[in-house]
Design a protein around this ligand. Structure first.
Ligand code: PLP
Length: 410
């Protein structure tokens, strides 16, 4: 039995509790959010459904968008270029990250995709892509487990540059009843990962080929150190030298009876030269499907198609304008983003969430609330910062892609 005194005390406590909750709701404004169903649904709304059909001019900023006509033209012209060069195309998706775009490339002739990380490869395989190269080492027990699982769903190849991981991968593959495709990675001048060309690469290839559970498929290298301005003789010579090392090593492996089907290399900054060289079977160029300020400076000839739209949020002086896109949105770590239709720009700098444009002469035309498109400086350093990419055709949102391989760092 609860006594009268206890009951009174409990009642008083309940009244006090209600009062405290009311005060808290008033102070934080949370009660409004909690009770307003419209605001709740606004949080969970699906932009892919709600924003398709909007005019580009009606999108809130900052917003990452792609010109679909240009993107599709780029993909078709790259596919035709590689077809004419007699090499296969395996676009790198490290800076593309959207399976729907990879599928457009496959429809234009690509054989599959290159990925930088296993997590990226899982996203691509989940979208139905079955021919995958993870152009990276896969190290550690969790990753090896994921790798053999992925091999059940797709033809997956990874890069190997040491015999340290062979036994673990072999055991996992045998246990799972799969074969892991292996390309031996060479260092042909980039000085990143990779075994040395010639003897050391042939030796490692022999070991891979002799390891049960591993399917030796060939070699890869990335001559990324030659991604410099297109017009230098050094660039062409260096690409030829690097790819020559790769091709010669492939021949040396074949001379030993090793089954080299794949000799993979090249990227957006080098494909025009690399694709013409003897011995290479496939090109990994990916970012060229978008093109940007940096790729253009490296000789990529597709149409720049990727932009960030920003709003002018402040005009602190006639020679300075501030936008709502800093380096968390529109970085300039490699190259500088270029504003479209804005003249007299002396410099552009970024803090985290503010973009600062300095004019060489006072500019009184630009007002707070004006909106500008910036061509991105480097796709690979911009796209991964965003949740969504808006595909625009004729000024209208046609598709809103979730950037599904974003954050797939493992
Ligand atoms: C292994 C590898 N291949 C190719 C590329 C080129 O990729 P993209 O064509 O997207 O610049 C890179 C880029 O860094 C790379 O790491």
């Amino acid at each position: 039995m609860v006594s009268e005194t206890t009951r009174n005390l409990l009642h008083k406590l309940t009244v006090v509790k209600r009062h405290v909750i009311k005060c808290l709701i008033k102070a934080t404004g949370k009660g409004h959010i909690a009770r307003n169903t419209n605001e709740y649904t606004a949080i969970g709304k699906d932009p892919a459904v709600d924003e398709v059909g909007l005019k580009k001019s009606d999108l809130d900023t900052p917003v990452l968008w792609v010109d679909l006509d240009k993107l599709e033209d780029n993909i078709i012209s790259l596919g035709s270029f590689f077809h004419a060069a007699g090499v296969q195309w395996r676009p790198h998706t490290k800076g593309v990250k959207i399976p729907a775009i990879a599928h457009k490339a496959i429809r234009a002739g690509a054989i599959g995709v290159t990925c930088a990380k296993l997590g990226e490869a899982e996203v691509m395989v989940a979208s139905g892509i079955t021919d995958i190269l993870v152009a990276n080492q896969v190290v550690g027990p969790q990753k090896v487990t994921r790798l053999v699982n992925l091999c059940r769903q797709a033809d997956v190849k990874i890069a190997v540059d040491s015999d340290a991981t062979l036994a673990v991968m072999s055991q996992a593959a045998i246990q799972k009843g799969v074969e892991i495709g292996i390309l031996v990675e060479l260092n042909t001048g980039m000085n990143r990962a990779g075994v040395e060309p010639g003897g050391p690469a042939v030796e490692l290839s022999r070991k891979v080929h002799a390891t049960p559970g591993l399917a030796y498929r060939g070699l890869m290298a990335w001559e990324g150190h030659a991604c410099v301005t297109d017009e230098t003789d050094w660039k062409e010579d260096e690409i030829k030298r690097s790819v020559g090392l790769l091709a010669d090593t492939a021949e040396a492996c074949r001379a030993e009876g090793l089954p080299v089907d794949i000799v993979s290399g090249g990227g957006s900054g080098t494909y025009k030269v690399t694709s013409q060289l003897e011995g290479i079977t496939e090109i990994q160029a990916g970012g060229a499907v978008f093109n940007d300020v940096s790729y253009s400076s490296w000789g990529v000839e597709t149409n720049p198609s990727l932009y960030v739209r920003v709003t002018v949020t402040s005009r602190p002086s006639p020679t300075r304008m501030i936008t709502d896109a800093g380096w968390k949105t529109l970085p300039g770590w490699i190259g500088e983003p270029v504003p479209v239709g804005l003249s007299g720009v002396e410099s552009i700098s970024m803090s985290a969430e503010h973009g600062t444009v300095t004019f060489s002469e006072p500019n009184t035309d630009v007002r707070i609330g004006d909106v500008f498109d910036f061509m991105v400086s480097y796709t690979d350093q911009t796209l991964f910062l965003h949740d969504t990419l808006y595909g625009i055709r004729d000024g209208i949102v046609e598709v809103v892609w979730t950037i599904t391989a974003r954050g797939k760092l493992r």
